[in-house]
Design a protein around this ligand. Structure first.
Ligand code: BES
Ligand code: MN
Ligand code: MN
Length: 457
């Protein structure tokens, strides 16, 4: 059994894979901060080397103007009759500034069966799980792969993939395939693998309030004229219910989703732990929806920043102007145009005398809803069952991934398999991000099986 041997090899050589991953995690490839651009380049170079070593002779770092690099590579040796898969991952990281870590975020450390480092699960562990699966196939099968494989590794996902479409236009061959495996997602638990079928969108908008032509004494004029800070908070409050949840644009999820949302083990304990709730705090009430429905299928709002006076800027005055940047997660199937209309409606009749303006950020992410059907997904089921003992659960993700909608639009007739190595304990984008070693091992072995299963569809 070639596959079983390969999966066995992957498990036996797991420590080597871990060392490979640790090496990558020491490079702070943070894409939103130009001070780290050389590290993004450096990591891209390492990846080219790694892919060349693994038989991807054409591996290269490509770089468009005003963009961070993309790494592409292919091994078409399975032949023209064989299936071709694209494996997508991102090697850029979120920043760590201002976060309180228990260990150096760029010095990976294993504690209690988890690997702690920025990017461990989002997303370095994701694509390294494929490098390891390739190693296993090479070592046990006369160096032959059962399918043609292309790697596309991006260095700009964490800034919203602003140049991915340009790369697709410039290097169309790198994206030509029968099946896309997009490895940047989450599993419901360390025991239950996930197949992601919906993503929330991301829409950023700033609300600005102009209340006066200049600040005035709050004792002389308080209650006589509007205060921009008060007006801003009143407007934001119009978007929220009494639990602090977004109340504009609520969706009615289909019945089939309601059952699915109840299947995931998103209980109070997982929520309390994963969402960093205060000790003894109650989780938000269900208010008629399962927690996963709130997370996957409803819009949500957070304040990214405001111009409200900060400590040290106190003065007893009505303020003339105030604004806030809001980040809104769009429900799957919801568009930014729809959300814009809800906001405009909610902000009609602002507090008297206040002029309100909305400014949208152009970038963001479309939401995504998918129905996994056909032989590729039957192959996924079989591969996961062989390793995890169960088929993957179809899950939604509360986060957003701009590249997925781009792939969905461009390759609408191809199966898009969204998997990954995150779990509810991962804490992506926060302090002490980590990846479960057992999830990582199972992901590698499932990849080994998946290539085999896909070769026979
Ligand atoms: N891998 C994440 C998305 C994700 C988060 C998947 C949680 C599964 C669970 C991705 O790297 C990400 O962080 N996306 C950003 C998009 C933004 C940078 C445009 C997000 O969701 O904030
Ligand atoms: Mn990611
Ligand atoms: Mn991320």
């Amino acid at each position: 059994m070639i596959v079983a041997n390969a999966a066995d090899y992957a498990t036996k050589h797991f420590d080597e894979t871990l060392e490979l991953l640790k090496g990558y995690l020491q490079i702070p490839a943070i894409s939103c901060d130009e001070r780290y651009f050389p590290d993004v380049e450096k990591l891209a170079n390492h990846l080219v080397d790694a892919l060349k070593q693994r038989g991807f002779a054409d591996a290269q770092k490509v770089c468009l103007e005003r963009a961070l690099p993309l790494v592409i590579a292919s091994d078409m040796s399975a032949g023209p009759e064989a299936k071709t898969i694209v494996i997508y991952g991102h090697f850029d990281l979120q920043p760590v500034e201002g976060e309180d870590w228990d260990s150096d975020p760029h010095e990976p450390e294993v504690r209690n069966g988890r690997l702690y480092a920025r990017g461990s699960a989002d997303d370095m562990g994701g694509w390294v799980s494929h490098l390891a699966a390739i190693d296993a196939w090479r070592a046990t099968n006369d160096a032959k792969l059962p399918v043609n494989v292309k790697f596309v590794l991006e260095g700009e996902e964490e800034i919203g993939s602003p140049n991915l479409e340009r790369y697709m236009d410039e290097y169309p061959d790198a994206f030509e395939a029968d099946v896309m495996i997009l490895t940047d997602c989450e599993n419901p638990s360390e025991e239950i693998p996930g197949l992601t079928v919906s993503l929330r969108g991301l829409y950023e908008v700033s609300v600005s309030c102009k209340a006066l032509s200049g600040d005035v004494h709050s004792g002389l004029w308080g209650n006589m004229g509007p205060d921009a800070g008060n007006a801003l908070t009143l407007l934001i409050a119009r978007c929220l219910d009494e639990n602090g949840r977004m109340k504009l644009g609520r969706m009615e999820p289909p019945e089939s989703w309601r059952a699915r949302a109840r299947e995931v083990p998103l209980n109070d304990e997982v929520i309390r732990d994963g969402a960093n709730l205060l000790k003894d705090a109650k989780v938000l009430p269900e208010s008629g929806l399962a927690p996963a429905e709130w997370l996957w299928r409803q819009p949500a709002l957070t304040i990214l920043s405001t111009t409200l006076p900060r400590p040290g800027q106190e003065k007893n005055a009505l303020r003339a102007e105030a604004s806030a940047k809001l980040s809104i997660r769009l429900a799957p199937g919801q568009t930014r145009e729809e959300m814009r209309a809800y906001l405009n409606e909610a902000f009609q009749n602002p507090p008297p005398g206040v002029v309100v303006e909305l400014h949208e950020k152009e970038s963001g992410a479309e939401s995504w809803l998918y129905e996994p059907k056909g032989p590729a997904f039957e192959a996924v089921d079989r591969a996961y069952e062989a390793v995890w003992g169960i088929k993957p659960l179809e899950v939604g993700i509360g986060g957003s991934i701009p590249f997925v909608a781009i792939f969905g639009r461009r390759f609408s007739d191809l199966p898009l398999i969204l998997n990954g190595v995150m779990d509810p304990k991962t804490g992506a984008h926060g302090p002490n991000e980590s990846m479960s070693l057992e999830v990582f091992r199972k992901a590698i072995c499932a990849n080994v099986h998946l290539y085999d299963e896909l070769s026979r569809i």
